[in-house]
Write a protein of this length. Sequence first.
Length: 308
Amino acid sequence: MNSRSLLTSSASRRLLRPIADLIDQRIERRIRSAVAADAAGRERLRDAVEVMKRQQLTLDLLLGSSGRGLSRIVSPGPLDRLQSEVAELAGDRDAAVRNVATAYRLLVAMESLGVGRIAGGTMNICGKLGTIPLLDPPNDEILEIGTLYGMFSAGLIRMMERDGRSPNVTIVDPFAGVQLQPGTPRRSDPSGAPVDEKAVRTNLALAGPAGVAARIQRGFSEDPDTRAAVSDRRYGVIVVDGDHSAEGVARDLAWAEEIAAPGAIVVLDDFGDPKWPGIKEALDKHLTGDTRFTYLGKAALSAFLRAS
């Protein structure tokens, strides 16, 4: 009898059936075990996904766009670029990384506690807050042209104080109830809060005594009376963030030439932003003329100048 006949004979099948049954049982147990393990794995995966969803919801409530109209969640690429840009301006990589991180925490804290929001993208705000103290302004007089809710000035006070400075802030803004820009419609702020002096005072108070003592001048920066009221000193820091048209920026830069202290830092916001081409146009033209300003570089969408 050949081997095939041996395996297919009735006697052989009866003899081998217990072994086959045992093998089948083992296979079945393995299958049931694998199915059970797979079900348990799916259950664990579902649980993990639910935990992640809850964590994401919490993160979105804290850092997402709700309540401010713009997300504050950070991505590695933009953060690394900003740190490199600040380091290039300041000449100190470690200090740049530290200040950008401090500025970010401050931004989140201010918007969590304050009225309204800080205008602008996360990297741009952190770039301004982180860079200005590192450029060692010649004095502690700060002028902000265009403030929205005053929260940026409050943050800058904190950043300067962390560097051992004693900032004195002056703010110029029309406080028109909404953010004004030529060529754009008047509309309510995404935060839902009115743009007024009361909100600015509330936010400045978050910065402590220096915020409470800040000087506020209501009016447009090109108005002679407004300028006369705040041109009583030379400023170590001037933040130009008012009228974003080429004509408006040109006027503010010309005024800054007159009131900037020797060695002052002038910050031009939204520089290079394609939505506001007039800002770069105005600065490029200004720097080709007779000027005290030297272009130092940029961080995110802010240009930094030094007055001679």
